[in-house]
Every structure is written in structure tokens, then in C-alpha cells.
Design a protein around this ligand. Sequence first.
Ligand SMILES: NC(=O)c1ccc[n+]([C@@H]2O[C@H](COP(=O)([O-])OP(=O)(O)OC[C@H]3O[C@@H](n4cnc5c(N)ncnc54)[C@H](OP(=O)(O)O)[C@@H]3O)[C@@H](O)[C@H]2O)c1
Length: 235
Amino acid sequence: MKLKDKVALITGGGRGIGKAIALAYAREGAKLAICARTASEIEETAKEIKVLGTECLAVVCDVSVEETVTKLAQQVKDKFGRIDVLINNAGVMTRPVPIAETEVKKWDYTINVNLRGPFLVTKAVLPLMMRQKSGAIINVSSSIGRGAYANFGAYAVSKWGIEGFTQTLAAEVRSYNIGVNSVEPGYVATKLTGYSGSSPESVTEVFVFLGTDEAKGITGRMLSSSGWRSQLKGN
Ligand SMILES: NC(=O)c1ccc[n+]([C@@H]2O[C@H](COP(=O)([O-])OP(=O)(O)OC[C@H]3O[C@@H](n4cnc5c(N)ncnc54)[C@H](OP(=O)(O)O)[C@@H]3O)[C@@H](O)[C@H]2O)c1
């Protein structure tokens, strides 16, 4: 088991990519904490995780709301005493429109969940990881955050922001033995894409790898779930 007894916090673990990663982590022996806004979905994920023989704390939390994030981090700390891996996965995408036609409230919503959310959760978790002098933070990005895609305005900007957040944080916490990397998962069949694309289970391998001790020292990298092995070759 590659993640035996590691504690991982995965945001957006109620469905889609986050749920698939949470189950992959459970199969490798990790203890899980998951969060999302929909209680029924995280409870169902937690049930499936427990069947695999490991622990799971499911917390209803909106990652864009500071108070709920503070409580989330406290609950994870109280239950497990440590956090080895944080996966900032929770994300939203609204209907694609040109920037000129983007409603301000949809812009704010997307930036708040996709960029403010990872900032708030990371800020809440970092003191513990810094005390531990170890940790892995994996930010879920997108190819839309690495190129020019018309009509994806706020989503694209939030994911470009995540790349900058990843690079900046990696430089800041390197001396604490905390690795910070981003992963773009490709096109995956989830609610966000209307269930077209590859299966969520097919993209989990890189997330598992980055949580293992084997990945220690890898930081500030922009990886993809399909090409990560060759991207890391010679690293
Ligand atoms: N699917 C793709 O092709 C693709 C491609 C590139 C990147 N991504 C990224 O992958 C990540 C996961 O997306 P997905 O495709 O798995 O989408 P999904 O099936 O819609 O799942 C998103 C998860 O995030 C949670 N979430 C959304 N807003 C939240 C909030 N404010 N607070 C807490 N949890 C929240 C959702 O639960 P609630 O709604 O209940 O809160 C759900 O559990 C996102 O960051 C997305 O941008 C996806």
C-alpha cells in the first residue's frame, strides 16, 4: 500500500475526479477527509471509502467561505492530528461565454470557488504541514489554465491563477519539505463536462504518486495526468 496511514484532505470529494481520487487513496491505505457543499454526495463517498477498510471524515464545507474552511481544517486536525496531503480539487465552471458578455456574479463565483477556495484551504492547512515539516499539496488545474481558450474567461483565469499560486507557494514552502504541484487531468466525464470524456478513475495515478514518499522533492511542477511520467523523467 503506497499511502499507508497517510492523511489526505480532498476538496470536492463528493463526485467526479475528487471522488475517484479519494477512492484511489483509500485503496492505497490513506485515511481520508473530504468536503463539498452537498452532504448526501460526500456521505456516499465516505460510505464507499469505509467499505475499503479505512477511515473517512466527511465535512460539509464551501471552500470559498473562510469560516467553514477554518472549521474544516480544525475538524481534520482534531480527528487525525496531521495532514500529509492536500488536494485542492473542488471547482466549478459556468456556461462558456466571451469575457465581454460575462456576468459579474458568475465571474466572482468562479474565481471565488476555483482560486479563493484553494487559497483559503491551503492557508488553513499550512501551519500544520509547516510544523510537521512535510506535506504535499496538489492543485487541480486544467489545460484551459495553460493556453488560450476563447469563451472560458473566468474559468481560464482561475486556472491560470492556480498555476501562479502553485509556483509561488512551492517557492515559499520548499524549505519545509512541502511539495506543491499542479495537475491538469485532461477531459474527464463528470458533471462539469456533462459526463463526456475519459473516466475519472483513469486520471488518479498521478495524484496517488504525488502523495507518496517517492514524490518527495518534486515541487513547482505543472503535470498532466496523461504525460506525467515522461514529464518527470530526468527530474
Ligand atoms: N472534468 C474535466 O474534464 C476537468 C478538466 C480539467 C480540470 N477539471 C477540474 O477538476 C476539478 C474537479 O472537477 P470535476 O470535473 O470532478 O467536477 P464535478 O463532478 O462537478 O465535481 C466538483 C466537486 O467539487 C465540489 N465543489 C464545487 N464547488 C465547491 C465549493 N464551493 N466548496 C466545496 N466543494 C465544491 C462539488 O460538490 P458540491 O457541488 O456539492 O459542492 C463536487 O464534489 C475541478 O477543479 C475542475 O476545474 C476538470
